[in-house]
Design a binder for this molecule. Sequence first.
Ligand code: PEP
Ligand code: MN
Length: 339
Amino acid sequence: MLIMMKAGSLPEDVDRIRRIIHELGFDTRAVTLGDRLGVRTVGADLDDLEAITQRAEVEQLLPIGQPIPLAAGQPRGTRSQVRVGPATIGDGFTLIAGPCAVETREQLLGVATAVKRSGAEILRGGAWKPRTSPYEFQGLGQAALELLEQARGETGLPIVTEAVDHASFDQLEACAEMVQIGARNMQNYELLKRAGRSSRAILLKRGISATLDEWLMAAEYILQAGNRNVVLCERGIRTYSGHSRFTLDLSVIPVLRRITHLPVIVDPSHASGDRRSVAALARAAAAVGADGVMVEVHDNPENARCDGRQSLSSEEFERLSRSIRLIEAAIDSPTEPVL
Ligand code: PEP
Ligand code: MN
């Protein structure tokens, strides 16, 4: 646990808090969180430290082990919004949709037009694809960027696409409004620093086996390097389950809403790996308080070169979009402040 002290707290305030926690039987360490002081505890959980949160000198209690001064909740309790061209993530529920990989002009334009009609605000499409097997389609690279630009020209949708290394980052940056750092690169710290030097919005996916701490620390890398336009994306983690490609950790959404001001979206496509589960998980994401979903859509899912099994048809996406709007209207203010 990490206890963040209020601005202006003095070392003696920290000592007082540490003494109280020692009396409860836990070890502590004083830490510095940017320009704030804090206390790290070992072994204590939220219940143990309940009384501490009531103290005037304490700003908040974070269920994490490492300081994240930039990713933690803002002192005023506000949540950040991230602009992606004409779209804003963190203001209402944002639909991001498109094919796993850009394949052809017809495929991309067909999908882009359809998802725009169904209410998508951002177009996704992979140009460089991190694939498990080197024998699988690796993406069209630069040619895909040109097709994405054409699709934006025709639909007005801003683009999110993945950078897999520094070279692709440099190429993408000139074209895409939002750069994705994929699950496999979440702990590629040099790439995170590169993202931090960019002025583009960054979509940071959760690593396949990443804890909440590790994910937030990855976000902190980008923030610390100077880019404050970071959106988190829960895309499923590896568990013992065999019924689904990964296990979508929806339980992390309310926790993130309490401890970070960063917007968070959900990717039900890569989490499930099966189009029959995608709509249900996307609706659940809307209900649990995510700021949006990113869904794979293909004009011919059976013949997609990448992730066809988990891609929705345009018609299925249209139905999903309508049901999400109903959920949005049914839940009360999903925009309560962070703690
Ligand atoms: C993707 O969104 O295209 C992708 C490869 O996702 P992930 O990094 O979550 O596997
Ligand atoms: Mn995919």
